[in-house]
Each structure stands twice: as structure tokens, then as C-alpha cells.
Design a protein. Structure first.
Length: 110
């Protein structure tokens, strides 16, 4: 692997997800304050929503219900997407932590 490919993989797999997670944390931090304390579950769901947004309509599809039922299922889809996205975000941060020593090894060995 060339140095350019190693640096590109580092930027793609390590720097980009960490930057996205930090940016999302600072955007949603003020929305998750309850009585002066941080609601970490809500923060986890809101930060995970962009990572799970394409998965939120995978299982429960609103249809064949009344308007109120469809709105409730739509909200449930957002919650499910946020939870799935939270797990995806944690996984991407773990992969980002793994790519730091891997990139150092590739730059030294390559």
C-alpha cells in the first residue's frame, strides 16, 4: 500500500467519522439538556440519526392505517433509525480508533 492510499484510508475511516461525531455532538448538545443535566440517551439517538436515516424505513412501513397511526409509526421509524444509527456511530468510532495504529504501521512499513 502506498503512502497516499494509507493517508486517504486514514482520512476516510478515521478522521471523517470522528469529525462528524464531534460536530453532531456540539449541534445536539443544547437540545439534550434537561434541568441542567445531559440526557445521554436522547443525545445518542439524535447523533445516531444521520448514520441510521437510510435504515429507518427498513422494517416498519407506514401504510394501511389512519393518519394518526401513520404519524405514530413514522415517529417510531425515526426512533428506530436513531438507535440503529447510534450503534453504527459507535462502530465507526471503534473502527476510527483501530485505523490510527494501523496507519502508523502502514506508513512505517510502507
Amino acid at each position: 500500500m502506498t503512502r497516499g492510499k494509507a493517508v486517504r484510508a486514514f482520512l476516510l475511516h478515521s478522521l471523517l467519522p470522528v469529525t462528524a461525531a464531534v460536530l453532531l455532538f456540539f449541534i445536539f448538545k443544547s437540545a439534550c439538556m434537561r434541568d441542567g443535566e445531559m440526557d445521554y440517551l436522547l443525545l445518542w439517538i439524535l447523533c445516531g440519526l444521520p448514520f441510521g436515516i437510510h435504515r429507518m424505513f427498513l422494517w416498519i412501513i407506514p401504510g394501511g392505517r389512519s393518519f394518526g397511526g401513520s404519524i405514530a409509526v413514522f415517529a417510531l421509524n425515526f426512533l428506530i433509525g436513531g438507535v440503529i444509527g447510534g450503534f453504527v456511530l459507535v462502530w465507526r468510532l471503534l473502527v476510527a480508533a483501530w485505523y490510527i495504529p494501523l496507519t502508523v504501521y502502514r506508513l512505517i512499513a510502507g
